[in-house]
Design a protein around this ligand. Sequence first.
Ligand code: UD1
Length: 423
Amino acid sequence: MEKLVINGGKQLGGAISVHGSKNAVLPIMAASLLIRGETVLHNVPDLSDVSASIDILEYLGASVKREGSSLIINAADITNNDIPDNLMREMRSSIIFLGSLLARCRQASMCLPGGCDIGVRPIDLHLESLSLLGAMIEERGSCISCIARELRGAKIVLAFPSVGATENIIIASALAKGKTTIINAAREPEICDLADFLNFCGARISGAGEGVVEIEGVDFLRPAEHSIIPDRIIASTYMSVAALNAKELVIKDIIPSHLSPVIPVYMRMGCRLFLSSNEMKLVSPKKIKHIKSIKTMPYPGFPTDCQAVAAAVLIKARGTSVISEGVFENRFNYAAELNRFGADINVSGRTAIIYGVKSLCGANVKCTDLRGGAAMVIAALSAEGESTVSDIGHIDRGYQAIENSLSEIGADIKRIKYEKKEC
Ligand code: UD1
């Protein structure tokens, strides 16, 4: 097992780069199954979730080669249409392969892992949508088998703008007969990146990034090369690192417009932001200001993936802040761990009340989930003394060698191996 050992209280500064987006590259890797040839992706982060997707693609028969930050996927010959349990367990979001396997093989089967660390994650919207496109779905316990003699365009109204369901519909309908319309589609930038990639390959998708997306099915998609958008969640993580631990920090390789839901929140904390076309300088305040209310919502609302890292800043604010979670049912597991640093967070249902404290002290904490783990690293950087953050497999799902990036801006952070003791 591995953990991070952090000596906090250091003044950080300089410049830090943001790598490609996990949530953009995963559906695009799944969509590469639709192309009977080579897909070349650039700006692909080296993350455990990306490795898990590579394992799935290789099991299905594709060949995958990594060259630096590029991935070359050749899906000319697909030999399997099921995803075994061990591969599904590596990455919960592999449900995104359902749409692409259906589109490519007209058949797909997989067993889903149950609930997860941020609450149960139902897939009813995915299944209802795929059945409207013509898939016959059989559910046995947590296992699903889908068959579609033909996928046909349909009008699909989503009860909630689910990111994954929108992606599955876009992928499944790209090669369907006729037109598909998604009403109440998710509007996240990662949806636009998926649509851009598929359109480069010859798909006819319009409206991505808006509430109504239209997909005119085409007969085939051609090989293409695409560069993945920068990860807006990592950018906001670094904004939190800077707000607490640096006088000023330059965050490079970003798309500022993707951060428009989070920028006002950091400004309300007292940060000053200077934006250019692909980077920002954040100048932190002497004392963080509290925020009366943040509510997470689908894009363009404040992202649920950014609430833990924002909370890590607000624990040291002057005054009391409130965060309400509007997307997942159980996203405050990290609060108890942050309290070990001396933070004062009180959680009730989907609301966290954060009473600002003057200082934090080093602690031994355990990651509860991906973004909660990042919040713990941010708190450890600003705590006096040594902290250890264990169960960092969660962090490695979404942050490429986080210790290297943070060391470059002056953090005292090391990754060390340890034996897990039986209790
Ligand atoms: C994606 C992101 C995740 C982010 C989330 C919300 C990836 C790989 N993951 O997850 O980082 O936190 O969007 O921005 O891109 N729901 C249903 N039925 C469904 C599908 C979803 O009830 O069939 C509910 C979920 O339980 C949740 C909400 O809808 O409460 C949002 O889920 P969704 O937008 O689908 O998130 P993911 O695609 O799983």
